[in-house]
Design a protein around this ligand. Sequence first.
Ligand code: FPP
Length: 244
Amino acid sequence: MHASAAHHVAIVMDGNGRWATRRLLPRVAGHKQGVDTLKRCVQACIERGVGVLTVFAFSSENWGRPTDEVSGLFDLLATALAKEIKPLHENGVQLHFIGDRSGLSPKVCAGFVEAEALTAANRRLVLNVCFNYGGRWDIVQAAARVQARGEDMSEEAIEASLALAHVPAPDLLIRTGGEQRISNFLLWQLAYTELYFSDALWPDFGGADLDAALAWYAARERRFGKTSAQLSGAGDAMHGRQAA
Ligand code: FPP
């Protein structure tokens, strides 16, 4: 059984720093260009019928970067919240900001709440922006919520409390920038995701690169722990909501 179109695509947008350094620009210039690439990517995903796009914008570990780079990323976030929410809303995008909000300012958190409320009814594309996010944090916060509710600890209970419980697991993970790592991204959710690594630096990642990744995904056989022979007999009902 070959996968069909990817419904949920997750992206580690790596390579902004190198893109800028090669041009003798400050690293933040690469992140700025990265925001433009993300805007184009959202449009490209809509045009290709992708239903969910989840991007890693700021990891729990990114706090350790030089102060000017961290503040540059927060400035880009503030600018994006001020300028991009309205066009995204008009384009039918439902926004979610995923991550540990306890480390963020009240102003940023209010921006997240406002953007999520404004776009909640949109159905064209769900865009999850992971900001101050880490896969380990997500599993721990989910387990803590299960415990606080006094429920038995189970895979189902944890899954229902993860920060991405509103969407199915990613079908396809794309990482740009030539590195082949997960870097504490969606540790739980990537269990059966197809992993695609592109040498393109994120600011250079365009529609043709996205098409190459989607075509590669469409040719993958998703076995979910079963054998090929079982799959050819069993059809699409293999893995409940994930069967592609
Ligand atoms: C990794 O490249 C990229 C990041 C740490 C940040 C990604 C963020 C964006 C594309 C824009 C963020 C969007 C908002 C709304 C703020 P890197 O810096 O590790 O690149 P390198 O590996 O070349 O050094």
